[in-house]
Design a protein around this ligand. Structure first.
Ligand code: C2E
Ligand code: CA
Ligand code: CA
Ligand code: CA
Length: 278
């Protein structure tokens, strides 16, 4: 029995070694990707249903890996999050997206004047450098802070006083804060009144549900958000019926494949026009 036990330990050991080696390989590849310019941002329009206009976009990273095509963030963000690499990636995303806004402004088309939302990982939020990173990116690109929203997932934000105070500093600069994947964490209605945020992004799982109680919950959240002066964006909207249902709850800012997939900067102008015709 003892021998079998040891055998099992060796198997686990082997699997662990493999997993660690795979992780180290992704990490090394990603480190190289950052300097070799293999990362790109795609942008997904956020549509204001009242005006039918797109005023902001969400920046989403992709890895153009030579020989492998476009690698989605789900395949490397979790690895990046296990080290400070995620902060390097965060700095890159801030700089790149704000520089892109400048380029859009200069081009003077339908993308001029857009705002951008950038995803910030929990690790970066907990790092004392975040505030300076944001400041530096704004200064380097000459962007007014009101045009930048930082998206932070709800699970990261819950009851973390240090994180809350950092968010307070960022808001004092004039940057807006959004709670991403709202509804998947445990923010209570009581906390909603106190968290230092400007926007709630209602998770796709709520948009997908047609259970009457879930719809009622969305209506309540939209109402509470309004009372507290928060904006609300519904994510992952894929169908016209969902647009109608969301409208009925009072939610009038939406994002999803129904309007546009995330697209490279060069195709954003067309995507924005497409959204405004829906
Ligand atoms: P997220 O921030 O919740 O982003 C929304 C995800 O839903 C994106 O996936 C987007 O492409 C996808 N999506 C948008 N509309 C629809 C829809 O109608 N239907 C469906 N099925 N999906 C939709 P993506 O681009 O693969 O990103 C996945 C996650 O990776 C993001 O979730 C975010 O947590 C993370 N991520 C992406 N870019 C960055 C980044 O620059 N920094 C950090 N820290 N995380 C990032
Ligand atoms: Ca937004
Ligand atoms: Ca997001
Ligand atoms: Ca989300």
């Amino acid at each position: 029995a003892k021998a079998a036990g040891r055998g099992r330990v060796e198997v686990y050991d082997d699997e662990l070694r493999h997993a660690l080696a795979a992780q180290a390989a992704v990490e090394e590849g990603l480190r190289h990707a950052l300097v070799a310019d293999e990362l790109v941002l795609h942008y997904q329009p956020v549509t204001d249903l009242d005006t039918g206009r797109v005023r902001s976009v969400e920046a989403l990273v992709r890895w153009e890996k030579p020989g492998e095509g476009l690698v989605p963030p789900g395949r490397f963000i979790p690895v990046a999050e296990s080290s400070d690499l995620i902060c390097d990636l965060g700095r890159w995303a801030l700089r790149t997206s704000l520089a892109q806004l400048r380029a859009f402004d200069a081009a003077g088309g339908d993308c001029a004047g857009l705002r951008v939302a950038v995803n910030v990982s929990g690790r970066h939020l907990r790092s004392p450098r975040l505030v300076d990173d944001v400041r530096d990116a704004l200064a380097a690109t000459g962007t007014s802070p009101e045009r930048l929203t930082l998206e932070i997932t709800e699970t990261v934000m819950v009851e973390d006083r240090a994180a809350w105070s950092r968010l307070g500093e960022l808001r004092a600069i004039g940057v807006r804060i959004a709670i991403d994947d709202f509804g998947t964490g445990y923010t209570s209605f009581g906390q909603l009144a106190r968290v230092p945020v400007d926007v709630l992004k209602i998770d796709k799982s709520f948009v997908d549900s047609d259970d009457p109680r879930t719809v009622e919950l969305v209506r309540l959240v939209v109402g509470a958000a309004r009372s507290f002066g928060l904006g609300v964006v519904a994510e992952g909207v894929e169908q016209a019926e969902q647009v109608h249902a969301l409208r009925a709850t009072g939610c009038d800012t939406v994002q999803g494949f129904y309007f546009s997939r995330p697209v490279p900067a060069a195709r954003l102008e067309d995507a924005v026009r497409g959204c405004q015709e829906v």
